[in-house]
Design a protein around this ligand. Sequence first.
Ligand code: ADP
Ligand code: MG
Length: 562
Amino acid sequence: MSRSRASAQASEARERYREMSVAEFFAKNKELAGFANPTRALYQTVRELVENALDATDTHGILPEITIIIRERPDLEPGGSERVTRYTVTVEDNGIGVPATEIANAFGKVLYSSKYVIRQTRGMYGLGVKAAVLYGQATSGQPVEVVSAPIGSPYVYMKKLFIDMKKNKPVIVEEAQWKRRGRWHGTRVSITLQGDWPRARSRIVEYVKRTAIIAPYATITLITPEGVVYHYPRTTRKMPKPPREAKPHPHGIDLEQLKLIIINTKAKTLKDMLVTEFQSVGEKTATDFLREVGLDADMDPKKLLERGNGRKLSLLADKLRTYRGFRAPRSDYLSPIGEELIKIGLQRMFSPEWVGAVTRSPKAYEGHPFIVEVGIAYGGAIKPMEEPLLLRYANKIPLLYEEREDVSWKVLSRINWRLYGVEFPAPLVVLVHIASTKVPYKGVGKESISEVPEIESEIRAAIQEVARGLRIYLSRKRREAEVRRKIVSIAKYIPEIARSLAVLSKPPDKWSPPEPGEERSIIDSLVRIVAENVEVPQVNGETADPIQIVRSVIENVRVEER
Ligand code: ADP
Ligand code: MG
């Protein structure tokens, strides 16, 4: 091989390196954020906007009022043979609004967020709305339009912007501001994108419906491209207590996070740093801990960052993660929905004959607190199905895709429902909600939750707890049916016996057909005798009146005879 050919081959084998901005990365890997195709993209856009709207309302103690409008945009159809449909998705909320100075970055810079704190919010990656904006600008050429009236601001601000993919920066193409008239505060966001409404319709409608189940305190309206209006007015003004921001728990910290804490802390001693920068660490715990680790409590924490102290630093990080003496992560920062609201939500959407719910006590995995809640609805208007209908939620977001990959599905599919008196096909709905400052999603599209053992066992325990209530209800119901059957078998003879007795109770020479009054009083006494001798179980916490039951049986028997 000649020299020049060899070097040409070598240069071909050389790779070309360059950097990619995070905006470009997500624009090129749309499926990672849930934008795999026009159907998913439309669904995901609605979802990201609704999540932000809810985070801007109930997370701040505001009763949410959210309107979602999806419009077809024939004016943006390309000419020729290409057949694509564009839609504008507009979501308006009555939330806290976005400060004028933050609008551009919040909607135009990937990984920019107000939610990078330890708090139970729906958003957590700083990505959602930007993924929708990127998809929108790539498929429709239209900018995102944001109109926001921040709480307390005398102005309303409007900005239209694109994302500069290479620089991961907003490019504002139009902006305006005007004096606020009226009392509206909140945000309205419009994103135009290529979508497939006919295919996405059922999922989007289901998403809105399931959001209304978990947030019965919200008023949610969806207006579809056909002009169909789905309106879910709030059925209660009771709201869960909003989540609060927490400090990190030592068990959830790794070496890099520890370095950041040390860089940012104002504490002058190691002990002080532990007490002020972490939750669940008091003075005494800090002292005990540092003694056990063998570090000087009065040392300046910044010293740990100096060369030569690397071993000490990683020792500290390791011990923080594993030390057993810290209190459990604080969970009073979390915002579960609560048993009452879960029951209200299930009741309004399914009109079941029985509903039960439980909010379990808080647990933790890797230093992150979480709470599992379960609601079960049975019977009534629910149609019997081959398997239970599972409604999955994480931090009050409904999860619709990737059901079979979700930890809740795994647990639910292993529940033996016969133990609870349920035989399939059965009218059974199971709602599972996981609230946490860190939900372990499997991907940034936030559709399924990983099989964290601590979460798995809590879900199982929660389902079992509520299912036991269902079992009690069903066995009472069965007993009542049994009693009814017995009553029927006796009571159906009552009218006949009464008639005969009315005749026989007279002396033979006075025999004549009984008067209606005579017969009635005999029936009454027979009814009383039967009723006194049956035990009527409670159903739904009420005891039925046995006399009523026997009477209704007699009535029905008569009707049947006729
Ligand atoms: P995330 O929700 O994960 O923070 P997003 O990209 O969806 O990421 O949103 C970025 C930020 O924009 C949010 O953290 C929030 O501060 C702000 N934001 C978006 N939508 C709204 C809204 N409707 N009301 C108030 N703030 C909003
Ligand atoms: Mg978001």
